[in-house]
Design a protein around this ligand. Sequence first.
Ligand SMILES: [Zn+2]
Length: 83
Amino acid sequence: MGRRLSSDSTGRWQRTLYRRLFDIEAELEENSRRLRQLENTLKAVTRQTDDISIGSPCSCGESFLIVRQQVIYCPQCTYRRTM
Ligand SMILES: [Zn+2]
């Protein structure tokens, strides 16, 4: 490293870093919770809808593929294929 920081500015920098880390952790937890909620909702919806099921993630990376009436399609891009 070689650069000298006074203990005061190092402390301030560390506190800023810890606060940032804490914020990121909280955000990550919130996102995981939302993801779980969405997954559970999606599972329930597809269970109640006989002709629809969820496939693998689309190559566009924006959505899972939807399988419905012999057609596989992505709701986010133009991908569409008949089974
Ligand atoms: Zn797609």
